[in-house]
Structure formats: structure tokens, C-alpha cells
Design a protein. Structure first.
Length: 539
């Protein structure tokens, strides 16, 4: 008998990418487009509301030089026949770095646009006949690679040039078919789970057969009319839950937006507005999920320059599905700054959260740095933090930490409950392989059954895909569920806190740094030798 496993898996992937996803929007109406180019510094939205726009054609280049701005005006009327349907504006600005901030006809910011998130909800249930007027502040940002120096010439106006960098690829009103939308994520979740399971496991072949039958049930000439039949086939397979002893992954949404990296400061402000407005939109749409925002500086920018976005954040904080984390002004480099600088990060960050959002940030959130100072536990505890999140430097085998959940002991003996997500420092998409890899990599085997996985990405995340995956049950030896950033340290932790291993000194950033694990009940004073001394460098 021929083994058709590989051909069956390839068939399912082809159907999902080439048939199902392109069929998501069943109605399409091109929008009228006008444009206004600004070569220099950006202007406020109230200026863009009053100016005149010239006609612009989809497929035309835009940008007129790096770091410039192009305001687009998109207009259309919802057809009467679309009444009762979900209507979206699909706007593809083109290019890997093409991003924009969408405003309504009154200038209120709605959400960001970027390559992974190109849809704007016009109406969850349209009445028919509505007028749609959207303004988009599109940023012509160039690609600069810090590791190779590629694109470095864009950093100086003398060498940047004035060639357009991007091309408007699509601007449509469209109807999103709900059966197709749900079927896309049913198949996406099950396909990822299937590929994550061992080849010899019966569960993997059960999923493959169900997916094969679902593909057969969809008529390619009438995908909207037959998608529900495929969902009925997959329903019982999706309903299978993970076993009770399975590892639990707490999924927390997060958008990493650097405050001033390889771009002008005003671009950092605009990038924060795009990211945080997108997160606020997703927090409204997915109230069961939790979103973490880690920079008081970015919240302050919203308060000063985008008060409507800041008010949406306030409401999400009050609901409980928006959690300001870290308690620091920005996510700093925790290696080079001195102790006073890090203390100021805590002082200003926690004060802002307390005064403006009415809460105390209970932890330290540093998922990105390549190492952390041995003075950080002392400073964090003095600031009132009771947990810390870092990463294990998984990309560097020579100096990876041997634990994911441990007590981190500072130079003065202060200890803080610390978790390093086994998924690594990257921003996950909650796929089956990512979840399976997190379970396999988790170091506290036998001593823990929970870990945290930040998901999303820069510029407001990866759109709705990871959120839909988080809402789907699956069984890959793990149970993904909505979690809170400090949940592991609040009594629902992976192991009794007294049994967790300890870690003395700093988190290494290079090979050759001495490491020493300590028991939770070991003496408080631990000597650490080696190139990185267990004390703060002189100021």
C-alpha cells in the first residue's frame, strides 16, 4: 500500500493557501482613492482633514523618499445587498515596511495597517448604504538592517534619495464570509497540530483523515455555500481537549515596538500609535484574551498626542484585558546602564502607571535583552516588583540558562520569582509547532506544568490570526489558554515556590560568564567569580 501521508499534507496546505484564504472576501467593491504627499515632517490629522487630495490609482508608487508621509483618503458606499454582513476595508500599502494609521472621517485614530494586518472593520453587521470615509497616514519608512548595515544610506537625507519605496496594491470594501473565516482557522489550527505531533501517533493520522474529508466536502465552485459542511466534519476533532496532566501555556498578547531604534524619534511615536491602537482594537474584539504593554513612555505619548487611543487603553485596563507590565519607563538595556539609571526607570514607570492608569505594575518585563545585570533583582524588589520575565538566550548554546522558572538572586541576596518563556524571545503566532516546541524545551520537567508565551509581534502584532488560534482548543500535549503576565507568580505557578531552583548573579550575555544555580533555601550570600563580577560597576 502506498503511503499518501506526505501528499495528503501537501494537499491540505495547498487548499488552505491557494483556495480557502483567497475566497475569504466574497464581495468586493473598489474604493476611490485620493492622496496628499508630505516630504518633510508629519502634520496633525486636523490639517489632513482640511487639505485637498489628488486622485490616486491602485498600483501607483508612493513615498517620494524615505521618512516621508503620504496621506490617503479612501471613500466608498456600502451596497444595500450587503446588509447584515460583516464589511471590511482591505488596504494593502505594499512593501515589508509600509505602515499606516487609520482614522475615521472625524480624525479619530482607529488602528494600524501593516503587511500582516491589512483589514479594517467597517461594520460587524452592515445596514447597507453607509458611507465609508477613511484617512490613512502612511509612513514611507525604509528597511535598515542593523546586523549588515544594508540600507544605512537611508539614515542621512544627503544619501537617502527621493525614489518611491512602496506601491499601493489594494483598496477595496469587501464582505468577510464568516463560515470561510472560521474554516480557515479550524484547518490552520488542526494542520499545525498535525505537523507538531509525532509521525507514529494515531492522533496525527486521525487529524489528517478528518482534514482530507473536510477538503473533499468543499466545492471549489461554491466555497461559501459548502464551507459549513467542512466545519461540521472538523468539529468533533477540534472538540478533543488536552489531557489533564498536559503542560499549560498561558498566552499573552504583546506588541514589541522599540522606542528609538534605527529611525527618527517622531517615527517611534507614530509606530507606537499604530501598535497600541491596533492592540486596543483587538482587546475590544477579543475580550477573553489579555494584552500586555510594557512601556510607560509609549503610554505617555498616547496621552499627550493621541488622547482617544489613551482613553481606549484606560477602558481596556478597567476591563482587565489590558495589562501594563514591566513597571519601567521603557524596556531598557539592563546591562550597560548604572544602578541609578535603572532605579529611575522603575521610579518614573511605576509612578506613571499608578497616577494615570490607577494600578501598580507588579513585575519586570524584559523579553528581549541579551543579558541582565546582577543588580536588577535588588532594584526590582525595592521598587515593589514580585516577578520578572526575561529570556534564556536560546540562540546561544554556550551561555543558555539551565532553567525557565527559578528564583533569581541579586548581589545583595534579594530574590525575585523569574520566568523565561521556553518559546524564546521571539513573538509567537500560537501555531501547533510553536506550542509543541515550548513543551519540549521546558526545563522544569517534573517540577512544573505551566509556562508563558507572548504572542503577536511588532507594529500591533500579526493581526487576528494568533488570536483566533488562541480561541481554538487543541491537543498537542499542551493546553493554550488566556493568561496574565504575573499569573505564574500568583499561586498558579508551575511548582511550589520553595522547590524552585535558584540563580545567583546576572543573566549572562556572552560565553564564559560563570553560572551557579542555588537552592531556594540556600544561604543568601552567594559568591560569583568570573568575568562578570556580582556588583554594580562604578558610576
Amino acid at each position: 500500500m502506498h503511503d499518501r501521508t506526505k501528499s495528503g499534507e501537501a494537499r491540505i496546505a495547498h487548499f488552505l493557501d491557494r483556495r480557502l484564504r483567497p475566497a475569504l472576501h466574497t464581495g468586493r467593491l473598489p474604493m476611490e482613492v485620493g492622496a496628499w504627499h508630505i516630504p518633510g515632517e508629519p502634520v496633525p490629522v486636523d490639517v489632513a482633514l482640511r487639505t485637498g487630495y489628488t486622485p490616486f490609482v491602485v498600483g501607483e508608487s508612493w513615498g517620494g523618499g524615505p521618512w516621508s508621509t503620504r496621506w490617503f483618503r479612501f471613500t466608498a458606499d456600502v451596497p444595500e445587498r450587503w446588509a447584515g454582513r460583516r464589511v471590511e476595508a482591505v488596504i494593502d500599502l505594499g512593501g515589508d515596511r509600509a505602515e499606516g494609521l487609520v482614522h475615521d472621517e472625524h480624525g479619530t485614530p482607529l488602528q494600524g495597517l501593516h503587511p500582516h494586518n491589512s483589514t479594517v472593520t467597517v461594520a460587524a453587521q452592515a445596514r447597507g448604504g453607509e458611507s465609508v470615509r477613511l484617512l490613512v497616514e502612511a509612513a514611507a519608512n525604509p528597511a535598515i538592517d542593523a546586523s549588515t548595515g544594508a540600507g544605512a544610506h537611508f539614515g542621512d537625507p544627503v544619501t537617502a534619495g527621493d525614489e518611491p519605496l512602496h506601491r499601493l496594491l489594494r483598496a477595496d470594501l469587501a464582505v468577510r464570509d464568516e463560515n470561510i473565516w472560521q474554516l480557515i482557522h479550524d484547518i490552520d489550527v488542526l494542520e499545525g497540530l498535525m505537523r507538531a505531533l509525532p509521525a507514529g501517533l494515531p492522533r496525527r493520522h486521525e487529524i489528517l483523515r478528518a482534514l482530507d474529508r473536510a477538503v473533499d466536502a468543499v466545492d471549489p465552485r461554491d466555497i461559501p455555500g459548502t464551507a459549513a459542511r467542512a466545519r461540521d466534519i472538523l468539529g468533533p476533532v477540534l472538540a478533543r481537549r488536552a489531557h489533564e496532566s498536559a503542560h499549560t501555556v498561558a498566552a499573552v498578547g504583546h506588541a514589541a515596538t522599540g522606542s528609538a531604534r534605527l529611525r527618527p524619534m517622531r517615527e517611534s511615536v507614530r509606530a507606537s500609535a499604530r501598535a497600541l491602537s491596533s492592540m486596543a482594537t483587538l482587546a475590544d474584539e477579543y475580550p477573553e484574551l489579555v494584552f500586555a504593554a510594557s512601556s510607560a513612555q509609549q503610554h505617555a505619548w498616547m496621552k499627550d498626542q493621541h488622547p482617544h487611543v489613551f482613553e481606549r487603553i484606560r477602558k481596556a485596563v478597567a476591563r482587565g484585558n489590558w495589562v501594563p507590565v514591566g513597571g519601567m519607563w521603557v524596556e531598557p538595556d539592563p546591562n550597560l546602564p548604572g544602578g541609578e539609571s535603572l532605579a529611575r526607570q522603575f521610579t518614573h514607570g511605576r509612578r506613571f502607571y499608578r497616577e494615570e492608569l490607577g494600578l501598580d505594575a507588579g513585575g519586570v518585563w524584559l523579553p528581549g535583552p541579551g543579558g541582565m545585570s546582577a543588580a536588577l533583582p535588588q532594584l526590582a524588589v525595592l521598587a515593589g516588583a514580585h516577578w520578572a520575565l526575561g529570556h534564556t538566550l536560546a540562540a546561544h548554546d554556550a551561555n543558555s540558562l539551565p532553567h525557565h522558572t527559578f528564583w533569581w538572586e541579586g548581589v545583595d541576596g534579594s530574590r525575585i520569582f523569574t520566568h523565561c518563556p521556553p518559546a524564546g524571545p521571539g513573538h509567537a503566532a500560537l501555531t501547533g509547532p510553536e506550542l509543541a516546541d515550548a513543551v519540549t524545551a521546558y526545563a522544569e520537567r517534573g517540577g512544573g506544568s505551566r509556562s508563558l508565551m507572548p504572542f503577536g509581534g511588532a507594529a500591533g502584532g500579526r493581526g487576528r490570526g494568533p488570536r483566533e488560534r488562541g480561541a481554538h482548543p487543541r491537543d498537542a500535549g499542551t493546553r493554550p489558554q488566556a493568561g496574565r503576565p504575573g499569573g505564574l507568580a500568583s499561586g498558579r505557578g508551575p511548582a511550589p515556590r520553595a522547590l524552585l531552583p535558584g540563580r545567583a548573579g546576572g543573566v549572562p550575555a556572552r560565553p564564559g560568564v560563570a553560572r551557579r544555580a542555588v537552592r531556594a533555601d540556600a544561604p543568601r550570600r552567594v559568591h560569583q567569580s568570573g568575568p562578570q563580577q556580582a556588583r554594580q560597576p562604578p558610576q
